[in-house]
Design a protein around this ligand. Structure first.
Ligand code: HEC
Length: 164
């Protein structure tokens, strides 16, 4: 190998290793345990359900648009809702219907451009849609977080102290 080739080869290897490391970090940094300190989000799912669901979410590229466990693909910037804590707001059956809908926007309307909208997952096997729904429903947010967020937003917007 010539010297120039070595440099190019080395650069490519560095990029590939960097990408691999980043993906690994994404997987490693998904907290599957309940009640991680400092993060208001937690899951009630078993370790097994979490592992299988996160694998599916990874395969399906949900994090190209959504953030989950406060991690998302930094190369994308789709204004999609954060998935953390959603199970405190919606029921498992709702998620199942949503993932199974040929047109998810008939359930949740969208103002986004077509390529940014929630795609239909009606084509996934039923057990995968069930798994996703059960995992989404397990994503909870601690009670104190919602009032705290509301308070912070109110005070930022108005400059006044929040009185519930
Ligand atoms: C192309 C970007 C994109 C991808 C990929 C994507 N979503 Fe979405 N998703 C959205 C957008 C945007 C919305 C908000 C509704 C809309 O605009 O269609 C949404 C809405 C949702 C909602 C409803 C949120 C709420 O407010 O209740 C859930 C749940 C959801 N997505 C889960 C997933 C899961 C799980 C995957 C992977 C299997 C996924 N999404 C893949 C863009 C995406």
């Amino acid at each position: 190998m010539k010297r120039g080739e070595k440099v190019i080869f080395g650069a490519i290897a560095a990029v590939v290793l960097g990408l691999m490391g980043r993906n690994l970090w994404h997987i490693e940094s998904d907290p599957v345990r309940q009640g991680d300190q400092g993060i208001p989000f937690y899951t009630t799912a078993s370790a097994d359900v979490s592992r299988r669901a996160l694998q599916l979410i990874h395969q399906q590229g949900c994090k190209q648009c959504h953030s989950l466990w406060t991690v998302r693909d930094m190369t994308q910037n789709v204004p999609a809702p954060i998935l953390d804590g959603l199970g405190s707001v919606r029921a498992e059956e709702w998620f199942y219907q949503y993932f199974s809908a040929p047109d998810p926007q008939s359930i949740l309307p969208s103002r986004l451009k077509k390529q940014y909208r929630m795609p239909s997952y009606a084509g996934l096997p039923e057990q995968d849609r069930r798994l996703l729904a059960s995992y989404m429903a397990s994503l909870k947010v601690k009670d104190w977080y919602l009032p705290e967020t509301r308070k912070a937003e109110y005070e930022k917007l108005t400059g006044k102290t929040y009185q519930p």
